[in-house]
Write a protein that binds this ligand. Structure first.
Ligand SMILES: [Zn+2]
Length: 167
């Protein structure tokens, strides 16, 4: 094909806002919230540990406690122990006793340069299914604080398997 570096990822248009009800509390996923989460996610690119792929990812997860849990991707010389930024954020939060969430912002790119949206991998979507209501948890994919889209988890994880399926 050639010119692959110039191809921008086209995402289907989606809402720029959402409302999450977690633990009976209404959390507005408005422009201000999105920008704040994106800013935190971008900052996490500085901590990303990626000596092998050099593809840096940062995430910022908004918990029901209104605190932001950040994460970066962490690679490993034996490859499979590598952890994604999104899961790092989730596991930090859960290990602090927080298990309900409203939204996560994700940014990433080669050498930490954000040129495209960076959607979460399937494993991370599955971890989101464990803790989040797919209709009321929002995934924010951003190129900058101004350029982003907001997706309900249900939309990017159709027919997802969740703890409900074990009941
Ligand atoms: Zn992942």
């Amino acid at each position: 094909m050639g010119n692959e570096d110039k191809i921008q990822k086209e995402l289907p248009a989606c809402e720029k806002t959402g409302v999450a009800t977690v633990n009976g509390q209404v959390v507005a996923i408005n422009d201000r919230t999105c920008r704040e989460l994106i800013k935190e996610a971008m900052n996490m690119l500085n901590y990303s540990y990626t000596p092998y792929s050099n593809f840096k990812v940062g995430a910022a997860l908004l918990g029901v406690d209104n605190k932001i849990y950040t994460g970066c991707n962490i690679e490993n010389a034996s490859y499979t122990p590598t952890n994604c930024a999104e899961r790092t954020a989730f596991f930090k939060a859960v290990s602090n006793g927080v298990k309900e969430f409203a939204a996560i912002a994700i940014v990433g790119g080669k050498e930490g340069k954000i040129e495209n949206y960076c959607p979460p991998c399937g494993v991370c979507r599955q971890v989101m299914m464990e803790f989040c209501d797919p209709d009321q948890f929002y995934v924010i994919l951003a190129k900058s604080e101004e350029d982003y889209w907001v997706y309900p988890l249900a939309e990017i994880m159709p027919m997802g398997f969740s703890p409900k399926d074990l009941k």
